[in-house]
Design a protein around this ligand. Structure first.
Ligand SMILES: Nc1ncnc2c1ncn2[C@@H]1O[C@H](COP(=O)(O)OP(=O)(O)OP(=O)(O)O)[C@@H](O)[C@H]1O
Ligand SMILES: [Mg+2]
Length: 255
């Protein structure tokens, strides 16, 4: 099994505050993993650190992507190597049309912007400034369209479903399926994903391979994403903490 992303004992702080405390995870090529965790637990910080935003200071540990240590690389180098992110709260970029950004992203991929935008009913937004006045759901579509054109090997999605209505959820689900090649059955997948979700909606659209629970900057649990999500709904995040002993036992016995 080829590993695309490996995170080893990652400790991160923001403005002197310790946020991530010894994160270990590894995502094989073609797999999608899902992160659960309550507000403020460090989920966004983990994604932003993988992308390399300098506010997130790595105090200890390594991020290995395609076998290369990228811990000290700036975000644009990581993007070039094949990492793409959908932000939880992307900025408005005044004076820059969505079409311009898409053209930049498409440079190396030779993808047809109009065609893709049209297939998701988003062509009327191409000549608007990026995110300016976009509704919550439109921002999500715009972010996913940019990722589809960028075509990264590792897709980082920070709450792709938040603020999206029921009908658009389906569309967003289809866009994510396409991004992660979940719509292709006959070909081995090469794309991997790491997705943050509070609602678990994404589990209906893509068969996620592994789920994690982050509590206060630490991974407390990993396993079948659907089982974990059902457990959280039933017992809450406190229940995850109590379950830790059992998980240690299972991992020691290979379960
Ligand atoms: N610039 C900063 N200065 C101080 N604390 C920060 C800063 N940025 C983030 N934090 C803190 O880091 C913690 C983790 O934040 P993070 O955004 O990773 O949480 P999250 O798990 O994504 O939460 P949510 O589900 O609400 O999106 C929070 O307590 C947050 O207030
Ligand atoms: Mg967040």
């Amino acid at each position: 099994m080829k590993i695309l992303l490996e995170i080893k004992d990652l400790w991160v702080e923001i403005e002197g505050k310790e946020i991530l405390k010894g994160i270990n995870l590894s995502i094989p090529v073609g797999e999608t993993h899902v992160i659960f965790g309550k507000n403020g637990s460090g989920k966004t910080s983990l994604l932003m650190t993988i992308m390399g935003f300098p506010a997130y200071r790595v105090k200890h540990g390594k991020i290995i992507f395609k076998g290369e240590d990228i811990t000290d690389l700036p975000p644009y180098e990581r993007a070039k190597k094949g990492i793409g992110i959908m932000f939880q709260r992307p900025p408005t970029i005044k004076g820059v049309k969505l079409r311009d950004i898409l053209k930049l992203c498409a440079k190396e991929n030779n993808l047809k912007i109009e065609e893709l935008a049209q297939s998701f009913g988003f062509e009327e937004f191409l000549d608007r400034e990026v995110n300016k006045g976009f509704s919550g759901g439109e921002i999500k579509k715009s972010e996913l369209l940019q990722l589809l054109i960028q075509n990264p090997d590792l897709v980082l999605l920070d709450e792709p479903e938040s603020g999206v209505d029921v009908e658009n959820m389906q569309l967003i689900g289809e866009m994510i399926k396409k991004l992660l090649q979940k719509d292709i059955h006959h070909k081995p997948r090469t794309k991997s994903g790491l997705i943050i979700t509070h609602t678990g909606f994404i589990l209906k659209y893509i068969a996620a391979d592994l789920g994690y629970v982050i509590i206060d900057g630490e991974i407390y649990c990993k396993g079948n994403p659907i089982e974990i999500f059902e457990g959280i709904q039933k017992y809450g995040y406190e229940g995850c903490k109590k379950c830790l002993k059992r998980f240690n036992f299972l991992s020691e016995t290979g379960g």
